[in-house]
Design a protein around this ligand. Structure first.
Ligand SMILES: NC(=O)c1ccc[n+]([C@@H]2O[C@H](COP(=O)([O-])OP(=O)(O)OC[C@H]3O[C@@H](n4cnc5c(N)ncnc54)[C@H](O)[C@@H]3O)[C@@H](O)[C@H]2O)c1
Length: 344
């Protein structure tokens, strides 16, 4: 039996499938039109033999493919395959493939239909959910993009068995983040079962992914275009993004560090009790989310200062006020820089 979560925003409806064998994807695809698969070379190597029988366009794995040059190359390939406005793009991959395939489908011939088989933990709990699609410019991440919901997303946890450990931990950070901003019970469940979480216990994992997608669904349905409430999904990301681009480290490690730093700031401002800060910080450590992190606050401060032109003088910062609770408050970049310069 599979489970389905529907995300409806404005005029669009996105169906997210759990416990649904990805090999059955053809049941969700149109039969009367051209379907093209977009994937990366890792996924093609591991699962390519089992892909349904459609043309496959594959990119190099990783962030370096997420740019307009790739979109331009894929566009030429779609044209060569004769894909018209009725065509369908099936993205099979992690966050990079989903962001690329969603953007490509949204701009090709002013928009064709698309869906995802989401293969990394990070994309199952975050990147493939919520309709943000886009690519990086030379100097800024995700700066070129649009909102457009995939028709469907398949989250089949059997695919996570082949996911490398550091990628798994990166996804766990976003799963924990979702719990931290909205659901104390889920935080406690992750804490109580952290060993099974780390050993990728499939029933538990499926349940945790569904609950974290429910949280993202509620936030996205309230504010699809991030004019307010959706910003709470950025908990830990202000410092995290700066650390990620300064050190070119994995997103999850950077965000885990960013969450610890943001909690320290919340505690100093009197918004978060020390006991709560310690409780959440120990979960982050127990899960090993900071493994290999060697991040210095003063480097992150420099990065935030140099990005000031893009972010403006102040931002809506996400303060955790307890496990499962948070609030947005405007904070000046100058104050953030002053704080993070001394945080290690
Ligand atoms: N659109 C959004 O709302 C949103 C949200 C969060 C993150 N993102 C984006 O997501 C991207 C990061 O996603 P990611 O961490 O999935 O990165 P990714 O797509 O690069 O995948 C990470 C690595 O794991 C490999 N991989 C994926 N699934 C696998 C599997 N089942 N088995 C073996 N290997 C597998 C990939 O080939 C890649 O090498 C970033 O570009 C980020 O900006 C987007």
């Amino acid at each position: 039996m599979f489970q389905k979560i529907e995300i409806s925003t404005g005029q669009s409806l996105s169906q997210i499938y759990f416990g649904f064998d990805w090999h059955r994807v053809t049941e969700l695809l149109p039969s009367d039109t051209k379907v093209v698969i977009v994937t990366d070379n890792n996924l093609k190597l591991i699962y390519g033999d089992e892909f349904p029988d459609y043309p496959v366009l594959s990119v190099n794995p990783g962030e370096t493919s997420k740019n307009l040059a790739t979109i331009s190359r894929l566009t030429e390939q779609l044209l060569k395959l004769g894909v018209d406005r009725k065509g369908f793009i099936l993205g099979i991959g992690g966050g990079v493939v989903c962001d690329l395939a969603g953007f490509l489908a949204s701009v090709y011939m002013r928009g064709i239909r698309f869906g995802f088989i989401s293969t990394s933990l990070l994309s199952q709990v975050d990147a493939s959910i919520g309709g943000k699609n886009g690519v990086n410019s030379r100097s800024a991440k995700n700066i070129i993009g649009l909102f457009n919901q995939p028709e469907f997303v398949i989250c089949d946890i059997s695919m996570l068995a082949t996911l490398p450990e550091d990628e798994y931990l990166s996804g766990l950070t976003e799963l924990l983040k979702a719990a931290l901003i909205r659901d104390k019970q889920l935080v406690d469940k992750i804490d109580a079962n952290y060993r099974s979480v780390l050993s990728r216990d499939s029933d538990l994992l499926n349940d945790l992914i569904i609950q974290s997608v429910q949280i993202k669904k509620r936030v996205v349905q309230e504010d699809e275009r991030e004019s307010g409430e959706r910003k709470i999904l950025n908990f830990g990301h202000t410092f995290g993004h700066a650390a990620e681009s300064e050190y070119l480290i994995k997103h999850g490690i950077a965000v885990a560090w960013g969450m610890v730093a943001a909690m320290e700031l919340a505690n100093r401002n009197g918004y978060l009790h020390d006991a709560d800060r310690k409780y959440v910080t120990q979960i982050i450590h127990k899960l090993g989310l900071l493994q290999g992190a060697d991040i210095r606050g003063r480097d992150v401060a420099k990065k935030i200062s140099s990005d000031k032109k893009r972010s403006g003088d102040s931002i809506d910062f996400v303060f955790l006020t307890g496990p499962g609770k948070c609030m947005l408050e405007k904070v000046s970049i100058t104050d953030l820089v002053k704080f993070i310069r001394t945080f290690n």
